[in-house]
Design a binder for this molecule. Sequence first.
Ligand code: ATP
Ligand code: MG
Length: 429
Amino acid sequence: MLWLVLGPFHAMENQVLVIRIKIPNSGAVDWTVHSGPQLLFRDVLDVIGQVLPEATTTAFEYEDEDGDRITVRSDEEMKAMLSYYYSTVMEQQVNGQLIEPLQIFPRACKPPGERNIHGLKVNTRAGPSQHSSPAVSDSLPSNSLKKSSAELKKILANGQMNEQDIRYRDTLGHGNGGTVYKAYHVPSGKILAVKVILLDITLELQKQIMSELEILYKCDSSYIIGFYGAFFVENRISICTEFMDGGSLDVYRKIPEHVLGRIAVAVVKGLTYLWSLKILHRDVKPSNMLVNTRGQVKLCDFGVSTQLVNSIAKTYVGTNAYMAPERISGEQYGIHSDVWSLGISFMEPLQLLQCIVDEDSPVLPVGEFSEPFVHFITQCMRKQPKERPAPEELMGHPFIVQFNDGNATVVSMWVCRALEERRSQQGPP
Ligand code: ATP
Ligand code: MG
């Protein structure tokens, strides 16, 4: 059986490989390679250099089955491309189709002014290795451009996200890692939330963080906070996101169940979206659930950058009341751990959370909440991770189904009323 699978694949690897080098605006050049599997990244760059002597090419791209461009910058990535290509060849052979050449798209290195259209910027002055500092956007896969949010495009078209263009206004809050400011982005006239985190780390780590944050450009969901860009200046990173005028859920007092239900639907959809991108949130809690007066609910502060999380963790002391028991006891973290935190975020009163590792899971007071709600929370907070609902079970849970009616007005009215109350309590400015 195994032989049947491996046999044709190896046979194919021994065949000649035709690489079609696409030249921007002027056709293509076919290059026949006799030792496909041994091909090195450097070899391909050399050949591209001969085809395009005017440009300095640092990377190239190929297209996956969805037409998304994938960047190749190393031998490892070359291997991934070849193995993907051979699998498509195998399919073409099985279907009796003509074998298509492997198409690649050289990426020329342009002057920094033109290149850094994403607004991502590494402050190279902060680090020692100035001469070898490729701009971070060098490593941006072009499919990060895919994000089609009109707002994002507007901002990117208006120029880079950088400190000079940002006017910091009020402080929105302090967290363990940093401070969030309401800020005005001068070129776009847009209000942003900018999280500033002090990080005394090397330039290499700064670059790693920037490259890990790239996935945020791909996140395109109405349940996830919009990302506009990030930049380092000296020892601090600024992460620019959409501003949510209702702030985070932790500042709201009692939330009626019909509002909470709609919020829970949005949070479950946001988490399901992240999980579909293989991102675990890792910090699900009310202060990372944001609302606005349009009735939208969005998740923020999910752990896309391991390096950022690690760097912040070095300065972070204390435990997090929303953490799943398996995480507190240092076991493996997974989707189920996000589900625990989801359950606990929607649970009142929160003081029941002490001693979660040793005690039985807390139970909601009966009578105050509907049966589906109590069941939903209880299921999310099963001590055994595997017993907690899987993503599709969350979406299909009666509590979520009941409130999954797309009614944003309920949340919108509740946010507006709460903000008004807050204003009237504070009195005139
Ligand atoms: P932790 O650091 O443990 O995650 P936290 O979530 O409270 O705690 P921050 O993420 O620094 O801390 O956020 C501080 C506060 O800033 C939040 O509680 C929230 O009220 C506010 N905030 C964060 N992002 C936004 C945003 N995009 N729009 C409006 N307010 C925001
Ligand atoms: Mg937060």
